[in-house]
Design a protein around this ligand. Structure first.
Ligand SMILES: [Zn+2]
Length: 222
């Protein structure tokens, strides 16, 4: 591990430094105003059941369309949230070494198959005078994950958000995920892991900075 770097992923007490009163209320009212058309989803699910040869009026399936509709409203809730709000409450800090949060777990939905993919995101950045609460990084991942997604775009989106909102000197995002569209159908390769990364600023231009952050992400692992 490189000198001067600090791993902050084991400091949960620092996780809520950035929360301000009222934020949770704002989140909740945004959810209540969800524009997801659940009745329309329910009709579509009923159609799918009929199309695959099931009887949608069979007792065990009666509640299924409405249940699936509520589930999709939750899984795609990120479409109606702006992840930038989580990055706009920063502190002015002189700290200019790597800040890394690793193993942020997430669930998302592959937009090609409408099947879940799940895994972990690791986010590192070098502040340029702006530091955010560590939990905000997890909130950004959560919002971006709850949309129809592909892992490559999810990785790039998170990196760009940090570059834009924090003006960070460097941003590194690495995502590792298992895609159920590869494990339960098609090629059926359980255990396969897809890894994507996006390197911006000094993590892109400077090889030693990049290997430093990759060591922080993977160092000490078996
Ligand atoms: Zn897929």
């Amino acid at each position: 591990m490189a000198r001067n770097s600090r791993k902050l992923d084991e400091r949960p007490e620092a996780a809520d430094l950035g929360s301000l009163a009222g934020e949770e209320d704002a989140d909740r009212s945004a959810q209540n105003a969800s524009p997801v058309d659940e009745a329309r989803i329910a009709r579509a699910v009923r159609e799918i059941l009929a199309a695959v040869g099931e009887d949608p009026d069979r007792e065990g399936l009666l509640e299924t369309p409405a249940r699936v509709a509520r589930m999709y409203a939750e899984l795609f809730g990120g479409l109606h949230e702006d992840p930038r709000v989580h990055l706009r409450k920063f502190f002015a800090e002189k700290y200019d070494e790597v800040v890394l949060v690793r193993d942020i777990s997430f669930n998302s939905m592959c937009e090609h198959h409408m099947l879940p993919f799940m895994g972990r995101a690791h986010i590192g950045y070098v502040p340029n005078g702006r530091v955010i609460g560590l939990s905000k990084l997890a909130r950004v991942v959560e919002t971006v994950a709850r949309r129809p997604q592909v892992q490559e775009r999810m990785t790039e989106t998170i990196a760009h958000l940090l570059v834009d909102e924090l003006d960070a000197k460097g941003v590194a995002v690495v995502i590792e995920a298992t895609h159920t569209c590869m494990t339960i159908r098609g090629i059926r390769k359980p255990g396969s892991l897809c890894v994507t990364s996006a390197m911006k600023g000094i993590f892109r231009s400077n090889l030693s900075s990049r290997s430093e952050v990759m060591n922080l992400i993977y160092g000490g692992r078996q």
